[in-house]
Write a protein that binds this ligand. Structure first.
Ligand code: IPE
Ligand code: IPE
Ligand code: MG
Length: 257
């Protein structure tokens, strides 16, 4: 926890599905690639805004395990953009105290991309203000399967496998689960992002297209989050009075519970 964090209504971990780049470009009669480029600029600003608000963890969906289905030209454009974005922005982000980590199946991406991502991790490993986790060639189902495989390889017996054990083998095992899950671009779905880790995340969907997402949009999401009551299956603060007032009048036998 950082000293910048002032109150509990602030999430510790924000996860974002950065969607809407293509539509942002189309609205301007530009090729989709221009939308992705504008998306990188939005990301850099949102990373800085997140750090400035004292939120220690930000995880972003950059390329999904299903995005390979896109036209070859778009996929290769996204790969090149990743390299350009790292060379353009990494030094600045690192100077701002950002640690970069990557989750996803890097065995199936090109050697160049794999190397650049691992290098970004190493170059920023000493930073601690904000951990920016980039999900690249990531899928929530892939993550669950790879966690099972790693647990099996580690010799975990079937009867010893429980939620805590599997959690330790998931991507981002050393990071708290996301508190706030944001999706831009108007679609109301998870698209295979952080399925396991978001079990109790607060979901926030906005029509704002990712390249338009800025400090003000982030603050809007944070305000919405601050107004949520997280119950985690319990009755929560507003339900606490019920037992004493109403339900308490009709006695419940211990065995009926
Ligand atoms: C999200 O924007 C970025 C990636 C998937 C890499 P899209 O490219 O999905 O934009 P839309 O949804 O087509 O507008
Ligand atoms: C999710 O967006 C993936 C990323 C933002 C990287 P998509 O645009 O790929 O999701 P769908 O296809 O609309 O579900
Ligand atoms: Mg999309």
């Amino acid at each position: 926890m950082t000293s910048e964090r002032s109150h509990d209504s602030l999430p510790r971990h924000v996860a974002i599905v950065m969607d809407g780049n293509g539509r942002w470009a189309r609205k301007r009669f530009m090729p989709r690639g221009m939308g992705h480029r504008a998306g990188v600029d939005a990301l850099v600003k949102v990373v800085q805004a997140t750090a400035a608000r004292g939120i220690p963890y930000l995880t972003v969906f950059a390329f999904s395990s299903e995005n390979w289905k896109r036209p070859e030209e778009e996929v290769s454009g996204l790969m090149s953009l990743l390299l350009v974005a790292l060379s353009k922005h990494l030094a600045r982000l690192s100077a701002d105290g950002v640690r970069v980590r990557v989750i996803g199946d890097l065995d199936s991406v090109s050697e160049r991309i794999h190397h650049a991502l691992r290098e970004a991790e190493q170059a920023t490993a000493h930073n601690s203000r904000l951990t920016l986790t980039v999900a690249f060639n990531y899928g929530g189902r892939w993550d669950i399967v790879q966690a099972c495989r790693r647990a099996m390889r580690a010799g975990v017996a079937p009867e010893a496998l429980d939620e805590a054990t599997l959690s330790r083998h998931m991507a981002m095992a050393d990071t708290p689960d996301p508190d706030l899950f944001i999706r831009t671009g108007g679609e109301v779905r998870l698209s295979n992002f952080l399925l396991w880790q978001s079990a109790y995340a607060e979901l926030y969907f906005t029509d704002c297209l990712w390249p338009d997402f800025d400090d003000g949009e982030l603050d809007r999401a944070l305000r919405d989050y601050a107004g949520r009551e997280r119950r985690f299956g319990d009755v929560g603060a507003s339900g606490q009075g019920d037992a004493a007032v109403g339900l308490g009048e009709s006695p419940v036998e211990q065995g009926d519970r």
